[in-house]
Design a protein. Sequence first.
Length: 368
Amino acid sequence: MTFPPLAPSRRSFLAGTLALASSPAMAVTRETDRLIAGTYASGKGPGLVPMIATSDGWAAGTPIGAIRNTSFGVASQDGRVRYLLDEQKEGALGIYDREMKALGTFPTLGADPCHAALSPDGDALAVANYSSGSITLWRLDRRTGLPIGEAQTILHSGSGPNQPRQGEPHAHWVGFAQGGRLLHAVDLGADAVFAHRVDLASRRVTASMVAYRATPGSGPRHLAWHPRLPVAYLLAELANTVTVLSANPDGGFMAGETLSTLPAGFDDASSGAHIAVNRAGTRLYLSNRGHDSIAVFAIARDGDLTLLQHVHCGGHWPRLFLLREDRREILVANERSGNVAVLRILSDGRLGDPARGVAIPGVVFLSE
Protein backbone atom coordinates (compact mmCIF):
# COMPACT_ATOMS: atom_id res chain seq x y z
CA MET A 1 0.00 0.00 0.00
CA THR A 2 1.14 3.53 -0.70
CA PHE A 3 0.22 6.93 0.66
CA PRO A 4 -0.73 9.34 -2.16
CA PRO A 5 -0.24 13.01 -1.26
CA LEU A 6 -3.16 15.01 0.09
CA ALA A 7 -4.11 18.63 -0.14
CA PRO A 8 -6.30 18.90 2.95
CA SER A 9 -8.13 22.10 3.82
CA ARG A 10 -7.03 24.24 6.77
CA ARG A 11 -9.12 26.66 8.73
CA SER A 12 -8.59 28.89 11.69
CA PHE A 13 -10.14 28.23 15.06
CA LEU A 14 -12.01 30.57 17.38
CA ALA A 15 -11.57 30.83 21.10
CA GLY A 16 -14.36 31.34 23.57
CA THR A 17 -15.64 30.35 26.96
CA LEU A 18 -18.46 28.35 28.49
CA ALA A 19 -20.51 29.01 31.58
CA LEU A 20 -19.68 26.99 34.66
CA ALA A 21 -21.56 25.39 37.50
CA SER A 22 -20.54 23.34 40.52
CA SER A 23 -21.89 20.15 42.03
CA PRO A 24 -23.46 20.17 45.51
CA ALA A 25 -21.83 18.63 48.56
CA MET A 26 -22.78 15.00 49.11
CA ALA A 27 -22.14 12.25 51.63
CA VAL A 28 -19.51 10.16 49.88
CA THR A 29 -17.49 7.06 50.53
CA ARG A 30 -14.13 7.32 52.28
CA GLU A 31 -12.27 7.26 48.96
CA THR A 32 -14.34 9.62 46.84
CA ASP A 33 -15.11 8.19 43.40
CA ARG A 34 -16.15 10.80 40.85
CA LEU A 35 -17.16 10.57 37.21
CA ILE A 36 -18.75 12.76 34.58
CA ALA A 37 -21.66 11.84 32.33
CA GLY A 38 -22.41 13.50 28.99
CA THR A 39 -26.00 13.77 27.76
CA TYR A 40 -27.91 14.57 24.58
CA ALA A 41 -30.23 17.57 24.74
CA SER A 42 -32.57 15.75 22.33
CA GLY A 43 -32.96 13.05 24.98
CA LYS A 44 -33.83 15.69 27.61
CA GLY A 45 -30.29 15.58 28.92
CA PRO A 46 -29.54 18.36 31.42
CA GLY A 47 -25.92 18.92 30.34
CA LEU A 48 -22.72 17.49 31.79
CA VAL A 49 -23.60 15.64 34.98
CA PRO A 50 -21.11 14.99 37.82
CA MET A 51 -21.51 11.51 39.33
CA ILE A 52 -20.36 10.84 42.87
CA ALA A 53 -20.19 7.46 44.59
CA THR A 54 -22.04 7.29 47.89
CA SER A 55 -22.50 4.55 50.45
CA ASP A 56 -25.71 3.60 48.60
CA GLY A 57 -24.27 3.55 45.08
CA TRP A 58 -24.17 6.62 42.84
CA ALA A 59 -25.66 10.09 43.03
CA ALA A 60 -25.99 12.69 40.29
CA GLY A 61 -24.71 16.16 41.08
CA THR A 62 -25.89 19.50 39.73
CA PRO A 63 -25.59 19.47 35.92
CA ILE A 64 -23.36 21.95 34.11
CA GLY A 65 -26.04 23.08 31.71
CA ALA A 66 -23.71 24.99 29.38
CA ILE A 67 -21.79 21.82 28.47
CA ARG A 68 -24.30 20.13 26.21
CA ASN A 69 -24.34 17.16 23.83
CA THR A 70 -21.09 15.72 25.17
CA SER A 71 -20.95 12.52 23.14
CA PHE A 72 -17.27 11.85 23.85
CA GLY A 73 -14.15 13.30 25.45
CA VAL A 74 -10.55 12.60 26.41
CA ALA A 75 -8.18 13.91 29.07
CA SER A 76 -4.45 14.55 29.20
CA GLN A 77 -2.40 11.82 30.89
CA ASP A 78 -1.93 13.93 34.01
CA GLY A 79 -5.64 14.81 34.10
CA ARG A 80 -4.83 18.50 33.99
CA VAL A 81 -6.77 19.22 30.78
CA ARG A 82 -10.01 17.69 29.51
CA TYR A 83 -11.30 17.84 25.91
CA LEU A 84 -15.08 17.43 25.46
CA LEU A 85 -17.05 17.32 22.21
CA ASP A 86 -20.29 19.19 21.58
CA GLU A 87 -22.07 16.98 19.04
CA GLN A 88 -24.28 19.19 16.92
CA LYS A 89 -24.48 20.57 13.37
CA GLU A 90 -21.80 23.16 14.09
CA GLY A 91 -19.55 20.91 16.11
CA ALA A 92 -17.41 22.33 18.89
CA LEU A 93 -14.55 21.25 21.13
CA GLY A 94 -14.56 22.50 24.71
CA ILE A 95 -11.33 22.49 26.72
CA TYR A 96 -11.44 22.52 30.54
CA ASP A 97 -9.15 22.26 33.55
CA ARG A 98 -9.46 19.82 36.47
CA GLU A 99 -12.25 21.87 38.07
CA MET A 100 -14.14 22.06 34.75
CA LYS A 101 -13.22 25.70 34.32
CA ALA A 102 -13.49 26.55 30.63
CA LEU A 103 -10.17 27.25 28.94
CA GLY A 104 -11.66 27.78 25.49
CA THR A 105 -14.00 26.48 22.79
CA PHE A 106 -13.02 25.70 19.22
CA PRO A 107 -15.06 24.67 16.16
CA THR A 108 -14.36 21.13 14.99
CA LEU A 109 -14.80 22.34 11.38
CA GLY A 110 -17.40 19.65 10.84
CA ALA A 111 -20.84 18.46 11.87
CA ASP A 112 -21.66 16.13 14.77
CA PRO A 113 -18.23 15.32 16.24
CA CYS A 114 -18.50 11.94 17.98
CA HIS A 115 -15.00 10.68 18.87
CA ALA A 116 -11.60 12.12 19.82
CA ALA A 117 -8.07 10.91 20.50
CA LEU A 118 -4.87 12.38 21.91
CA SER A 119 -1.47 11.45 20.51
CA PRO A 120 0.75 9.42 22.89
CA ASP A 121 2.88 12.47 23.72
CA GLY A 122 -0.15 14.75 24.12
CA ASP A 123 1.01 17.09 21.37
CA ALA A 124 -1.89 16.47 18.98
CA LEU A 125 -5.65 15.99 19.17
CA ALA A 126 -7.83 14.38 16.50
CA VAL A 127 -11.64 14.49 16.21
CA ALA A 128 -14.04 12.49 14.02
CA ASN A 129 -16.92 14.53 12.55
CA TYR A 130 -19.69 12.03 11.83
CA SER A 131 -22.07 13.91 9.53
CA SER A 132 -19.27 15.65 7.64
CA GLY A 133 -17.31 12.46 7.04
CA SER A 134 -14.14 14.26 8.11
CA ILE A 135 -11.48 14.35 10.77
CA THR A 136 -9.89 17.44 12.29
CA LEU A 137 -6.36 17.56 13.67
CA TRP A 138 -4.89 20.13 16.07
CA ARG A 139 -1.33 20.64 17.23
CA LEU A 140 -1.34 21.29 20.98
CA ASP A 141 0.79 23.40 23.27
CA ARG A 142 2.12 20.88 25.80
CA ARG A 143 2.33 23.58 28.49
CA THR A 144 -1.27 24.84 28.22
CA GLY A 145 -3.00 21.99 26.39
CA LEU A 146 -4.50 24.50 23.96
CA PRO A 147 -4.33 24.36 20.14
CA ILE A 148 -1.46 26.03 18.31
CA GLY A 149 -2.04 27.57 14.89
CA GLU A 150 -4.68 26.41 12.44
CA ALA A 151 -6.58 23.15 12.61
CA GLN A 152 -6.39 20.76 9.66
CA THR A 153 -9.42 19.03 8.20
CA ILE A 154 -9.20 15.87 6.10
CA LEU A 155 -12.29 14.79 4.17
CA HIS A 156 -13.05 11.12 3.65
CA SER A 157 -14.62 9.73 0.48
CA GLY A 158 -16.77 6.72 -0.26
CA SER A 159 -20.23 5.28 0.38
CA GLY A 160 -21.94 1.96 1.05
CA PRO A 161 -24.97 0.00 -0.12
CA ASN A 162 -27.15 1.01 2.85
CA GLN A 163 -28.14 4.36 1.38
CA PRO A 164 -30.10 5.71 4.38
CA ARG A 165 -26.98 5.24 6.54
CA GLN A 166 -24.15 5.11 4.00
CA GLY A 167 -24.96 7.62 1.29
CA GLU A 168 -21.79 9.52 2.20
CA PRO A 169 -18.79 9.19 4.53
CA HIS A 170 -19.44 9.16 8.28
CA ALA A 171 -16.25 9.24 10.38
CA HIS A 172 -16.97 7.55 13.72
CA TRP A 173 -13.65 6.81 15.47
CA VAL A 174 -10.06 8.07 15.48
CA GLY A 175 -6.91 6.71 17.11
CA PHE A 176 -3.17 7.23 16.91
CA ALA A 177 -0.67 4.44 16.24
CA GLN A 178 3.06 4.03 15.68
CA GLY A 179 3.95 6.62 18.31
CA GLY A 180 1.68 9.25 16.78
CA ARG A 181 3.02 8.88 13.24
CA LEU A 182 -0.22 7.28 12.07
CA LEU A 183 -3.83 8.27 12.61
CA HIS A 184 -6.49 5.67 11.90
CA ALA A 185 -10.08 6.70 11.28
CA VAL A 186 -13.06 4.34 11.11
CA ASP A 187 -15.77 5.46 8.66
CA LEU A 188 -19.25 3.92 8.88
CA GLY A 189 -20.49 5.45 5.63
CA ALA A 190 -17.49 4.49 3.52
CA ASP A 191 -17.19 0.94 4.91
CA ALA A 192 -13.51 1.62 5.51
CA VAL A 193 -10.73 2.23 7.97
CA PHE A 194 -8.46 5.02 6.74
CA ALA A 195 -4.82 5.51 7.69
CA HIS A 196 -3.47 9.06 7.72
CA ARG A 197 0.29 9.61 7.89
CA VAL A 198 1.21 12.37 10.40
CA ASP A 199 4.39 14.44 10.26
CA LEU A 200 5.63 14.70 13.86
CA ALA A 201 7.29 18.08 13.36
CA SER A 202 4.26 19.89 11.98
CA ARG A 203 1.51 17.60 13.34
CA ARG A 204 -0.08 17.64 9.89
CA VAL A 205 -1.43 14.77 7.81
CA THR A 206 0.74 14.44 4.73
CA ALA A 207 -0.75 11.37 3.02
CA SER A 208 -3.64 8.91 3.35
CA MET A 209 -4.72 5.47 2.27
CA VAL A 210 -7.47 2.93 2.88
CA ALA A 211 -6.06 0.70 5.60
CA TYR A 212 -8.92 -1.79 5.48
CA ARG A 213 -11.96 -2.15 3.21
CA ALA A 214 -14.80 -3.57 5.31
CA THR A 215 -17.57 -5.82 4.07
CA PRO A 216 -20.01 -3.67 2.04
CA GLY A 217 -22.90 -2.54 4.17
CA SER A 218 -21.31 -3.59 7.46
CA GLY A 219 -20.90 -0.01 8.71
CA PRO A 220 -17.71 -0.13 10.82
CA ARG A 221 -17.97 2.06 13.91
CA HIS A 222 -15.21 1.58 16.51
CA LEU A 223 -11.75 0.02 16.75
CA ALA A 224 -10.03 -1.34 19.86
CA TRP A 225 -6.36 -2.38 20.02
CA HIS A 226 -4.93 -5.34 21.85
CA PRO A 227 -2.53 -4.02 24.54
CA ARG A 228 0.44 -6.16 23.37
CA LEU A 229 -0.27 -7.88 20.06
CA PRO A 230 -0.30 -6.14 16.63
CA VAL A 231 -4.03 -6.88 16.56
CA ALA A 232 -7.12 -4.68 16.55
CA TYR A 233 -10.83 -5.47 16.81
CA LEU A 234 -13.28 -3.71 14.48
CA LEU A 235 -16.89 -3.38 15.59
CA ALA A 236 -19.40 -3.04 12.73
CA GLU A 237 -22.54 -1.18 13.78
CA LEU A 238 -24.82 -2.18 10.90
CA ALA A 239 -23.73 -5.82 10.55
CA ASN A 240 -23.43 -6.46 14.30
CA THR A 241 -20.05 -8.13 13.89
CA VAL A 242 -16.54 -7.91 15.28
CA THR A 243 -13.55 -8.60 13.01
CA VAL A 244 -10.03 -9.49 14.12
CA LEU A 245 -7.51 -7.34 12.22
CA SER A 246 -3.77 -7.96 12.01
CA ALA A 247 -1.77 -4.75 11.68
CA ASN A 248 0.81 -4.34 8.91
CA PRO A 249 3.91 -2.14 9.27
CA ASP A 250 2.58 0.27 6.63
CA GLY A 251 -0.54 1.01 8.68
CA GLY A 252 -2.86 -1.32 6.81
CA PHE A 253 -4.81 -4.26 8.21
CA MET A 254 -5.39 -7.86 7.16
CA ALA A 255 -8.69 -9.40 8.21
CA GLY A 256 -8.96 -12.57 10.25
CA GLU A 257 -12.16 -14.09 11.60
CA THR A 258 -15.46 -12.20 11.84
CA LEU A 259 -17.96 -13.11 14.57
CA SER A 260 -21.48 -11.99 15.33
CA THR A 261 -21.94 -9.78 18.37
CA LEU A 262 -25.46 -11.18 18.89
CA PRO A 263 -26.72 -14.54 20.16
CA ALA A 264 -27.56 -17.24 17.62
CA GLY A 265 -31.19 -17.01 16.56
CA PHE A 266 -31.69 -13.34 17.48
CA ASP A 267 -33.13 -11.56 14.43
CA ASP A 268 -34.65 -8.35 15.80
CA ALA A 269 -33.16 -4.93 15.08
CA SER A 270 -29.90 -4.16 16.87
CA SER A 271 -26.71 -2.19 16.27
CA GLY A 272 -23.23 -2.39 17.76
CA ALA A 273 -22.05 0.64 19.72
CA HIS A 274 -18.91 0.45 21.88
CA ILE A 275 -15.94 -1.89 22.26
CA ALA A 276 -13.08 -2.24 24.77
CA VAL A 277 -10.28 -4.67 25.65
CA ASN A 278 -9.13 -5.27 29.22
CA ARG A 279 -5.58 -4.39 30.29
CA ALA A 280 -4.42 -8.02 30.31
CA GLY A 281 -5.60 -8.52 26.73
CA THR A 282 -7.69 -11.55 27.71
CA ARG A 283 -11.26 -10.23 27.44
CA LEU A 284 -13.13 -8.10 24.91
CA TYR A 285 -16.40 -6.35 25.74
CA LEU A 286 -18.90 -4.71 23.38
CA SER A 287 -22.40 -3.28 23.58
CA ASN A 288 -25.47 -4.16 21.50
CA ARG A 289 -28.20 -1.54 21.16
CA GLY A 290 -31.55 -3.24 20.54
CA HIS A 291 -30.56 -6.59 21.97
CA ASP A 292 -29.58 -4.41 24.95
CA SER A 293 -26.64 -6.49 26.04
CA ILE A 294 -22.94 -6.50 26.74
CA ALA A 295 -21.15 -9.31 24.91
CA VAL A 296 -18.02 -10.80 26.45
CA PHE A 297 -15.37 -12.56 24.34
CA ALA A 298 -12.29 -14.47 25.46
CA ILE A 299 -9.10 -13.42 23.66
CA ALA A 300 -6.66 -16.22 22.83
CA ARG A 301 -2.89 -15.85 22.88
CA ASP A 302 -2.89 -15.21 19.14
CA GLY A 303 -5.66 -12.61 19.44
CA ASP A 304 -8.56 -14.75 18.19
CA LEU A 305 -11.95 -14.52 19.87
CA THR A 306 -14.39 -16.93 21.51
CA LEU A 307 -17.82 -15.79 22.71
CA LEU A 308 -18.28 -16.31 26.46
CA GLN A 309 -21.43 -14.49 27.46
CA HIS A 310 -24.23 -12.04 26.75
CA VAL A 311 -25.54 -10.16 29.81
CA HIS A 312 -28.33 -7.58 29.93
CA CYS A 313 -27.09 -3.99 29.95
CA GLY A 314 -29.40 -2.91 32.78
CA GLY A 315 -31.42 -0.54 30.61
CA HIS A 316 -32.23 0.28 27.01
CA TRP A 317 -29.84 1.29 24.20
CA PRO A 318 -26.32 0.96 25.67
CA ARG A 319 -24.37 3.55 23.70
CA LEU A 320 -21.11 3.56 25.69
CA PHE A 321 -19.69 1.74 28.69
CA LEU A 322 -16.79 2.53 30.99
CA LEU A 323 -14.48 -0.38 31.83
CA ARG A 324 -13.17 0.15 35.38
CA GLU A 325 -10.98 -2.82 36.19
CA ASP A 326 -9.50 -1.40 39.39
CA ARG A 327 -13.03 -1.31 40.84
CA ARG A 328 -14.11 -4.54 39.15
CA GLU A 329 -17.07 -3.01 37.36
CA ILE A 330 -18.44 -1.81 34.05
CA LEU A 331 -20.70 1.24 34.01
CA VAL A 332 -23.11 1.39 31.07
CA ALA A 333 -24.64 4.58 29.64
CA ASN A 334 -28.11 3.45 28.56
CA GLU A 335 -29.26 6.30 26.36
CA ARG A 336 -32.97 5.63 25.87
CA SER A 337 -33.75 4.40 29.38
CA GLY A 338 -31.72 7.27 30.85
CA ASN A 339 -29.68 5.37 33.43
CA VAL A 340 -26.10 4.35 34.21
CA ALA A 341 -26.17 0.65 35.05
CA VAL A 342 -23.47 -1.11 37.09
CA LEU A 343 -22.21 -4.61 36.19
CA ARG A 344 -19.63 -6.40 38.30
CA ILE A 345 -16.58 -7.90 36.60
CA LEU A 346 -16.21 -11.43 37.94
CA SER A 347 -12.91 -13.20 38.56
CA ASP A 348 -12.97 -14.91 35.14
CA GLY A 349 -13.75 -11.69 33.28
CA ARG A 350 -17.42 -12.47 32.81
CA LEU A 351 -20.04 -10.00 34.04
CA GLY A 352 -22.57 -10.28 36.84
CA ASP A 353 -26.21 -9.24 36.65
CA PRO A 354 -26.74 -5.49 36.26
CA ALA A 355 -27.94 -3.01 38.84
CA ARG A 356 -29.94 -0.19 37.26
CA GLY A 357 -27.87 2.55 38.90
CA VAL A 358 -28.40 6.29 38.80
CA ALA A 359 -30.97 7.96 36.52
CA ILE A 360 -29.52 10.47 34.01
CA PRO A 361 -31.77 11.37 31.06
CA GLY A 362 -30.16 11.11 27.62
CA VAL A 363 -26.85 9.76 28.93
CA VAL A 364 -24.40 8.82 26.16
CA PHE A 365 -20.91 9.29 27.60
CA LEU A 366 -19.01 8.44 30.79
CA SER A 367 -15.49 9.35 31.91
CA GLU A 368 -13.36 9.28 35.01
